[in-house]
Design a protein around this ligand. Structure first.
Ligand code: GDP
Ligand code: MN
Length: 376
């Protein structure tokens, strides 16, 4: 889960990282009042979970409280890369001396973390990383050792950051590890003309697997950008929308991933990833089928089940109950294998639904589903 800038700031402050004074509001009148309290001149910043707000016009300097109100009115309701601005942060302006980029990000391939830092932080960082990668230092961090003062000094030195920014690097590592984050990013980290080091922006992505102990942000519903994913989540289904035309349902994430591969190998494209899990009850099968079939791009559906603790005959009963409880509008290819496969197949055969056919192998099932999708 991504946090808003104002939430990331909260964590920074708790770990001793200095940030500009600021308040959040959804009202232009209040923005004026906040500006008045903070001495008049302020920066008004859109609170959206995406970067590049500055370039999109979502970060503006206001010279006085009246300008702050006007600016807040302009920014509130704005659309930034598909995110509607519901709140603005009104912040004390900072006299920037230099802007730096620092982040820690999980490096899954390396099984560790990566510190990324640059002496050329600010809104052009993506551009700089693309055109002059040598201006961005990438230092592996051993998660067991973490970022000590010595490690922080090494990172700062590699990136050409002033030594006095090293303390922030240590504290930022504490934010990452203690708050269960997968990513923490400060861009820009600035030095000011009055000699301070401040985090002027903050991005934090929390590990959803740690939600149970990061209950502070728990009130926020998980974001699903796709309406089908929203519907699936409401049924507690593990569904990811993809771009193809063959609907995929299977039991077990590994099996479903393999199924996506064999569908692709058959020259078709999978329309989704749906893991109905070990239980595979009639109810779950019916919910899963109706979510998959409500995708208009789906031309055929491949159900790939390997019977384990839940045997194939139970799954077959589930499929029969499901196709009888919903209006099946597109062909279904079912491959049952594993525990009680023969009994499961017999149950489907006995039902003899005109749109349901069976295949004995995974490859054969994928080829048939692909063919049905092509000729639909
Ligand atoms: P982003 O575009 O979404 O990354 O938003 P940021 O919060 O990073 O703001 C973009 C840019 O606005 C920063 O890189 C700074 O150059 C500038 N900026 C933000 N706050 C201040 C401030 O208080 N004073 C000054 N002078 N510039 C600021
Ligand atoms: Mn930024």
């Amino acid at each position: 889960m991504d946090l808003y800038e104002h939430q990331a700031r909260e964590l920074f402050v708790e770990h001793g990282i200095v940030v500009p004074k600021a308040e959040v509001t959804d009202s232009p009148e209040q923005a004026r009042e906040i500006a008045r309290r903070h001495g008049g001149r302020v920066v008004v910043k859109a609170q959206v979970k995406t970067g590049g707000r500055g370039k999109a016009g979502g970060v503006k300097l206001a010279a006085d409280p009246a300008a702050a109100e006007l600016t807040a009115r302009q920014i509130l309701g704005m659309d930034i890369k598909g995110h509607r601005v519901g709140k603005v942060m009104v912040a004390e302006p900072v006299e920037i001396e230099r802007e730096f980029y620092v982040s820690y990000v999980l490096d899954r391939a390396a099984g560790g973390f990566l510190a990324i830092a640059s002496a050329e932080g600010g809104t052009e960082i993506e551009e700089i990383a693309a055109t002059r990668p040598q201006a961005v230092a990438r230092i592996p961090v051993d998660p067991a050792r973490g970022v000590t003062s010595a490690k922080a000094a090494e990172i700062a030195d590699a990136a050409g950051l002033p030594p006095r920014t090293a303390d922030v690097l240590v504290r930022l590592w504490q934010v990452l590890t203690r708050e269960d984050a997968l990513l923490v990013e400060v861009n820009p980290l600035v030095t000011t003309t009055d000699g301070r080091v401040l985090a002027l922006d903050g991005k934090v992505t929390l590990d959803d697997n740690a939600r149970y102990r990061q209950t502070r942000w728990g009130a926020e519903p998980q974001e699903h950008h796709d309406p089908l994913e929203t519907a699936a989540a409401a049924h507690g289904l593990n569904y990811v929308k993809l771009d193809g035309e063959v609907g995929v349902i299977g039991n077990g994430a590994g099996l479903v991933m393999s199924t996506l591969d064999v569908v692709a190998g058959s020259g078709a494209r999978p329309a989704d990833f749906l893991d109905i899990g070990g239980g595979a009850s009639a109810r779950v099968m019916a919910d899963g089928l109706s979510v998959v079939l409500s995708d208009p791009a789906v031309k055929s559906v491949l159900v790939n089940v390997f019977g384990g603790i839940t045997a194939c005959d139970a799954v077959a009963e589930g499929i029969v109950a499901a196709v009888d409880s919903i209006r099946l509008t597109r062909p279904l290819v079912v491959r049952l294998d594993g525990n009680n496969a023969a009994r499961g197949r017999a149950i489907l055969e006995a039902r003899a639904h005109p749109l349901v056919e069976q295949a004995t192998t995974m490859d054969g099932a994928a080829r048939r589903a692909a063919e049905l999708a092509r000729t639909a």
